[in-house]
Design a protein around this ligand. Structure first.
Ligand code: CA
Length: 238
């Protein structure tokens, strides 16, 4: 199924669902399609997971014990790291009012139970495609950094930067997912590829080189180290 889920390496989906059987079915089918899956059985657990690591998409059941789906959605939109993460809410047929409220709260789409896996996958792919579109023709930008994907030119504040090929791919990946924290293993997966066996410590070496290449004198360090979690492209919370 390689290639079935957009150009991005194995998107991470957070499945927030209190019906264990449905959560298991979703995990099984999504993993079969090449997605990585994290589960949360209630709203509180969802918020904890979201704080640890921003997923590429959230499947959010609306009727949850404790913290409601609407509140989870609100929090997703409130937090910097998850503000742009697509949210599909999952409602029961009798909850049409909730669907409207959910869309008002910032959900991107909704699907009504029972749904077919094909329908869900189509909706997910459409949202992931939209989330990954490059805003300016072939150009990525973050803070005072710009990257031209065709010419491989990277500039900071108008100053040309010189990056090695791995540092370039690392920065490209970070710029596609600004402010999201990635574990070393995730970076290895996305930048080196899932079949390459290198030590997680290798990531640290390239992060060091990347920092050296992009942070000039007196400039903000845009690479954030998150203790015990990994790295993010971020200008806050050093
Ligand atoms: Ca439920």
């Amino acid at each position: 199924m390689a290639g079935s889920v957009s150009a991005m390496a194995r998107p991470l989906v957070l499945v927030v669902e209190d019906e264990a059987a449905l959560a298991t079915m979703l995990r099984y089918n999504l993993e079969k399609q090449g997605f990585r899956v994290e589960e949360a059985a209630d709203g509180q657990e969802a918020l904890t997971r979201l704080a640890e690591r921003a997923p590429d998409l959230v499947l959010l059941d609306w009727m949850l014990p404790g913290v409601s789906g609407i509140e989870v959605c609100r929090q997703i939109r409130r937090r910097n790291a998850t503000r742009d993460v697509p949210v599909i809410m999952v409602t029961a047929r009798t909850e049409d009012q909730d669907a409207v409220r959910g869309l008002n709260t910032g959900a991107d789409d909704y699907i009504t139970k029972p749904f077919s896996m094909d329908t869900l996958l189509a909706r997910m792919r459409a949202l992931l495609r939209r989330a990954n579109t490059v805003p300016v023709k072939g150009q990525l930008s973050f803070h005072d950094l710009t990257m031209d994907l065709a010419s491989h030119r990277v500039q900071r504040n108008g100053r040309m930067l010189h990056l090695g090929p791995t540092e370039f791919r690392l920065l490209e990946f970070f710029m596609q997912h600004p402010r999201r924290v990635f574990a070393r293993e995730e970076l290895l997966d996305a930048v080196w590829g899932p079949d390459i066996h290198v030590e997680p410590r290798t990531v640290d070496v390239h992060i060091r080189r990347l920092r050296k290449a992009i942070n000039g004198d007196g400039e903000v360090d845009v690479v954030r180290t998150v203790r015990a979690a990994g790295y993010a492209l971020d200008t806050e919370m050093h």
